[in-house]
Design a protein around this ligand. Structure first.
Ligand code: ADP
Ligand code: ASP
Ligand code: MG
Length: 416
């Protein structure tokens, strides 16, 4: 008997009709003779709605209370899905994160899973029950509920599949799989039958929200194959695994496998920083101590023993960055700082670029031809990212997608 972990995201359980659709799918998997553990997200935009609700109460909510609040979204979904399955005649047990054995490091809002103690889940499936588990949440050593960061239910599902040594881990979402770009903005995007962990990780880290980056990291670490597919149809989705199967047409191997974008970006600059050893260390240590995850960093050349630095981070950290930079300006001292949250990051990703020169040049040429100004650049072995004006995001993504010959012949029809 196989153990199958199936994860359903927010839009897949957005209303009663969709919950029944999920229940039908889960029931079919169970009826085929499998042991089934289902991980679910909060219904539709529930998490965003709860965040908005909290902001009506306070502009500075306690991190512990935020996690307490946000975890209720997933708890609604597990009980409703369990009820739907019971209506259809199945025996079910719904479990919160802590009941399912997720133990976290206790960092509110972005906890990491330390281990899963799956005895309760195993007992329930042993009794023949379908188990429905709340994603995105776990319990700290102190017994507090903590959440795993936005999109964290993907990581919950992958971690559970690893802990149970599951035979299959399916991530059901509102698109057919992983595309060469977000199919909502590039209609000619192409669904990849397979993608390697490394490329998926870069795509996800660069803004392709179809999988939380940490879920891909974890799957890679334990060599767990993922199947990303739609909860709205039975099409084969995308397999995420170690190395994609060799292309039939070897010479036509793609240099770039996809284009990703991220509009959740703020660009910060600090001007007139003293050009002395330790200045960058002091600034970035202060940012780290405030819990700010810095992404791209650029340092300009020196003039008059001073230099400028720019970096990017997630937009929701804007206030914390402002506090750190005003402290630096006052106490280091530096001359001034500026923040810009009208920018976006566009990235091209592909393992093929390691051995092919000229990819960066082509990216810059495409953007310049389209009159798109590049504000910052960063590269890794398998990706090139540029910060551009947020208003240019779609144009940039579409132009790069076409230039790197990723356009499919048929256009995507996104249902949900
Ligand atoms: P879920 O609620 O199922 O977790 P998400 O909204 O987190 O769903 O992720 C699915 C969304 O990811 C899609 O609706 C799509 O707009 C977006 N997306 C961004 N980039 C990609 C990509 N390269 N391939 C597929 N989907 C993508
Ligand atoms: N509900 C959480 C979120 O919206 C977790 C998830 O959907 O994966 O981020
Ligand atoms: Mg998601």
């Amino acid at each position: 008997m196989a153990i199958i972990v199936q994860k359903f995201g927010g839009s897949s359980v957005a209303n009663a009709e969709r919950i029944f659709r999920v229940a039908k799918r889960v029931g079919e998997t169970y009826d085929a003779g499998n042991q089934v553990v289902v991980v679910v997200s909060a219904m539709g935009d529930t998490t965003d709605d709860l965040i908005a609700l909290a902001s009506q109460i306070t502009s500075n909510p306690s991190a512990r209370e935020m996690d307490m609040l946000l975890s209720t979204g997933e708890q609604q979904s597990i009980s409703l899905l369990a009820m739907a399955l019971m209506e259809m005649g199945y025996s079910v047990a719904s479990l919160t994160g802590w009941q399912a054995g997720y133990h976290t490091d206790g960092v509110y809002s972005r906890s990491r899973i330390q281990y899963i103690e799956p005895s309760r889940v195993l007992r329930e499936i042993g009794h023949g029950n379908i188990v429905v588990v709340a994603g995105f949440q776990g319990i700290s050593q102190d017994g507090d509920i903590t959440t795993l960061g936005r999109g964290g239910s993907d990581t919950s599902a992958v971690a559970m599949a690893i802990a149970l040594k599951a035979d299959v881990c399916e991530i059901f979402t509102d698109v057919d799989g992983v595309y060469t770009a977000d199919p909502r903005i590039v209609k000619s995007a192409w669904k990849m039958p397979e993608i390697s962990y490394d490329e998926m990780l870069e795509m996800a880290a660069m803004g392709a929200v179809v999988l939380q980056p940490r879920s891909v990291e974890l799957a890679k670490q334990y060599n767990l194959t993922l199947h990303v597919r739609s909860s709205f149809n039975y099409n084969e989705g995308t397999i995420v695994k170690e190395v994609a199967t060799m292309n039939k047409d070897m010479e036509k191997e793609m240099v770039v496998c996809g284009v990703a974008h991220d509009t959740n970006v703020v660009k910060a600059s600090i001007f007139g920083v003293p050009d002395i050893p330790g200045a960058a260390s002091e600034i970035f240590n202060k940012l780290a101590r405030s819990g700010i995850n810095v992404d791209m960093i650029v340092q300009s050349g020196t003039r008059d023993s001073k230099q400028d630095m720019s970096f990017t981070a997630v937009r929701s950290d804007r206030k914390k960055i402002e506090a750190v930079l005003s402290d630096v300006v006052e106490n280091m001292p530096a001359e001034s700082y500026a923040l810009d949250d009208t920018v976006a990051k566009v990235s091209v990703v592909g393992a093929g670029m390691i051995s092919r020169p000229g990819v960066a040049a082509k990216v810059f040429q495409v953007l310049s031809k389209n009159n798109i100004n590049i504000l910052l650049i960063s590269t890794s072995e398998i990706k090139i990212s540029c910060i551009v004006d947020e208003l240019e995001t779609k144009k940039a993504v579409r132009a790069l997608h076409t230039a790197f010959e990723l356009d499919a012949d048929t256009l995507v029809n996104v249902e949900a």
